[in-house]
Design a protein around this ligand. Structure first.
Ligand SMILES: *[C@@H]1O[C@H](CO)[C@@H](O)[C@H](O)[C@H]1NC(C)=O
Ligand SMILES: *[C@@H]1O[C@H](CO)[C@@H](O)[C@H](O)[C@H]1NC(C)=O
Ligand SMILES: *[C@@H]1O[C@H](CO)[C@@H](O)[C@H](O)[C@H]1NC(C)=O
Ligand SMILES: *[C@@H]1O[C@H](CO)[C@@H](O)[C@H](O)[C@H]1NC(C)=O
Ligand SMILES: *[C@@H]1O[C@H](CO)[C@@H](O)[C@H](O)[C@H]1NC(C)=O
Ligand SMILES: *[C@@H]1O[C@H](CO)[C@@H](O)[C@H](O)[C@H]1NC(C)=O
Ligand SMILES: *[C@@H]1O[C@H](CO)[C@@H](O)[C@H](O)[C@H]1NC(C)=O
Ligand SMILES: *[C@@H]1O[C@H](CO)[C@@H](O)[C@H](O)[C@H]1NC(C)=O
Length: 308
């Protein structure tokens, strides 16, 4: 079916007629392998990992390093505007709102996820200063996820381990209540990021179609994605009522018929009382030139324990 077709196009397992494929990338070569070679010089596991680092960190921070094909990327860390709507995705990472699914509570919990140095290590191409931090696990997991999604053939060793996170992207994001503008903004920054690194227009389009068709609509049917052997999983990230409804919507499979619930806002007044820790410090704004993330220092045992 349609999604399977996209996935195969990403991973190079689909042999399309030559008229349909990029002038550069052979249809049998996965996107990851192709750009590890052409952008970073050799198709090694370490370069496949670095490619995932560059695309993720550029999506988050904005363009911060070379290679850069002359395309500026704003990044999702700094607030922005998508089709006239203000978006600010960093709030999902700072503990300002109760939006993290820690795996045990039936509602989101407010957790500072940028506890491993914030933007500073990301600017140095590493996930975190601290391998015990949530930041370390989140960035590593996302890189592993994209590694599989983009067909990295060398994945599985120590440089780019197999994906270690949860298989259902809906489960990971279900307490965020992401809107169409928030998803559109993320997808725009991610596609600008890969274009800035040197992905062809055609391949940017394939990745964009996947981000849109798999993750950016409400009530999408369960899809077997990453890891494949996890079987079909709910993958809709966009669950706010303003998200477009999937043409093959299966809302009954989703809790609350697929309708998201806005996460609670947590502030200094009640963060302590709710047992989630003490919120101190003020927000600083990250920019595409690399300033530190907005982040609050939250101290609580639950931060360390949380599953991400
Ligand atoms: C909807 O589901 C049908 C039947 O499974 C499938 O043939 C079709 O490709 C799907 N459409 C989309 C847009 O995924
Ligand atoms: C981001 O990309 C733009 C366009 O190539 C460039 O002018 C700018 O210097 C880059 N910024 C950084 C921090 O690399
Ligand atoms: C990050 O990786 C890019 C691509 O290889 C490289 O140009 C840049 O120097 C690296 N940054 C650091 C701090 O190592
Ligand atoms: C980070 O490492 C330091 C020791 O270097 C440790 O005290 C701290 O608890 C760690 N933080 C997290 C969030 O894991
Ligand atoms: C990505 O997909 C969206 C939704 O289909 C579309 O509006 C947008 O123009 C696409 N962007 C790119 C770069 O292909
Ligand atoms: C904290 O949030 C509550 C409701 O969400 C609001 O009434 C209150 O003014 C906020 N306090 C501060 C200091 O922002
Ligand atoms: C914080 O206070 C607001 C307003 O009183 C409340 O709705 C929310 O549940 C509180 N958050 C937590 C995590 O206790
Ligand atoms: C999830 O959050 C709740 C509420 O803060 C807490 O009681 C529970 O222990 C947390 N679970 C994990 C695995 O951290």
């Amino acid at each position: 079916m349609f999604l399977e077709h996209l996935f195969l196009a990403l991973t190079g397992a689909l042999f399309l007629s030559t008229a349909l494929v990029s002038a550069q990338r052979p249809s049998s070569t996965p996107i990851c392998d192709y750009y590890a070679e052409t952008i970073l010089g050799a198709n090694t596991e370490a370069n496949q990992r670095l490619l995932m680092v560059l695309l993720l960190h550029t999506t988050v921070l904005g363009n911060y390093t070379t290679p850069n094909t002359g395309i500026a990327v704003h990044g999702i860390a700094a607030p922005g505007t998508f089709r006239g709507q203000k978006v600010n995705l960093i709030k999902y990472f700072t503990g300002e709102i109760a939006s993290t699914n820690n795996g045990t509570t039936p509602h989101g919990v407010p957790i500072l996820l940028l506890d491993g140095g914030g933007a500073a290590p990301l600017l140095k191409n590493v996930s975190s200063y601290n391998t015990s931090s949530l930041q370390y696990h989140i960035f590593d997991h996302i890189e592993q996820y994209f590694g599989t999604l983009l067909g990295c053939s060398k994945q599985g060793g120590s440089a780019l381990p197999a994906y270690q996170g949860r298989a259902s992207m809906y489960e990971v994001h279900k307490f965020m209540d992401l809107s169409a503008a928030e998803m559109g903004w993320f997808n725009l920054q991610a596609t600008l990021a890969i274009a800035s690194l040197g992905f062809s227009k055609q391949d940017v389009g394939i990745v964009n179609d996947t981000l849109y068709n798999v993750f950016s609509q409400r009530c999408s049917p369960a899809v077997s994605l990453v890891p494949k052997n996890a079987g079909p999983q709910l993958q809709s990230l966009c669950i706010n009522e303003d998200c477009p409804l999937d043409k093959n919507a299966t809302c009954a499979l989703y809790p609350n018929k697929g309708v998201g619930v806005a996460p609670e806002v947590v502030n200094a007044t009640n963060a302590s009382a709710s047992g989630t820790g003490t919120v101190t410090g003020t927000a600083a704004v990250a920019t595409s030139t690399g300033a530190v993330f907005p982040s609050r220092t939250v101290t609580a045992a639950s931060i360390i324990k949380a599953r991400v």
